[in-house]
Design a protein around this ligand. Sequence first.
Ligand code: ATP
Ligand code: CA
Ligand code: CA
Length: 464
Amino acid sequence: VDETGIVTYKKIRSNDLMMCIQTGIRHSVSKLASKPDRDLLMKDFAIVEKVFHKKEGTVSTPAHGLNDFTFKSYAPIAFRYFRELFGIQPDDYMLSLCDRAMIEISNPGASGSIFYLTEDDEFILKTVMYREAEFLQKLLAGYYMNLNQNPRTLLPKFFGQYCYQSLGKNVRIICMNNLLPSKVKYHQKFDLKGSTYKRQANAHERQKQVPTLKDLDFMQIYPEGIFLEPDTYDLLIRTIRRDCTVLESFKIMDYSLLIGIHNIDLACKEEAESVKNAGDAGAAEEPFSNSQSMRGSQSPVMQQQQDLQSHASPLGTMFRVRNKGSQEGSGRTSQRTSRPPLIRTKTNREKFAALVQEPTAARTQLYSKIQEGNRDGSQILPDGVLAWNTKGERLLLFMGVIDILQCYKLRKKMEHTVKSVVLDGDSISVCHPSFYSRRFQDFMAEKVFRKVPTGMFPSHDESS
Ligand code: ATP
Ligand code: CA
Ligand code: CA
């Protein structure tokens, strides 16, 4: 924020930057439409497309009224292929990113990156450093080899990489999936690394309505961890271990597991409270009266959340593979015929967010629609992972691995030698990738997640 109270990045007004990025992406993606679909080639990873955007516009670029800028799109054909793999149609991508102003979200990290969230809640744009951008380019081929081998990964989905250049400044941007749908109420958010060194949210962060807490905070709030069904636990930990092996092989470190926790039982209580308060205040509207799922005296919220419990997929935030034929979209579909199965990120998560959010008839309808889709195999149900806290309250977890563009070789060597002399090498987060990876895995497997012991929670035992 500059002296006049305007948000800037590298002295560029954030709003102008957003406009230029949108102009650049729109142009780049629409131009792609004329390039024929074909199989991905190794050389596609190295292509950098460069377009000069003149203020007044040209025959091929629109006028934008801001400073002239150059917009680079990295590996455009490769990213198009990945977007398609994730089930994102070109039109959808462009609409999400370019049609509406994005929302700038405050970054609790120390890096000074700017984050933009698209209005439809799907994508996050993050500004990254030169070395991170360069690293992503090198990583792409191997990274997506992994994606093919292990579609159930928790690693971030990258949808695009760009660079805005103007007046001698470069702003590098990556586009990725938003892990925490903003419609869901989070009772807590954690950014976990498995390190204890300085891993506590600071006072400034704590003042926020939903602060991003860290490892030490987690151990205080969940001294016994979060409980999962044994099968879910095994699947999750296996996935985390596999992902860590990949990250380690690229000498990546400093990544985190981001977890958003929605406490179902607490949310029910809160909803009931607010209904009661509204009633006390004389507001006559009965929020559950339209619901079709009124069974007995139970509120539909409770009912749906129970339904949710019995249907939540064990590892939802991971990729789901959908049948191509059943794909929903914005109308236009791809010309391709023989493609690997689509990995769709959008539809289910949106629906799911709506489910958690609205205690209305709409929610009931949505829910049965998803159930239907689930039954005939065209859609696979929600993205939340069901869990319990020690009190036996039901939790829904939204999670994924983030911030994976930090390579040991490039940044960490110096810091490590300096710090490890002073501090216990075991508890600092600056260390070797293989150590980092092992500590991360062990922390998740032992401290963060636990198998739910039989007989611990009556509600759990009933449902199983
Ligand atoms: P630092 O390097 O200082 O840790 P950074 O600028 O690299 O910070 P990240 O660690 O990538 O930033 O992310 C910072 C915070 O932004 C996360 O703790 C999380 O709250 C939020 N965030 C990042 N990526 C995502 C995502 N894909 N979905 C939702 N939230 C995200
Ligand atoms: Ca980080
Ligand atoms: Ca970072």
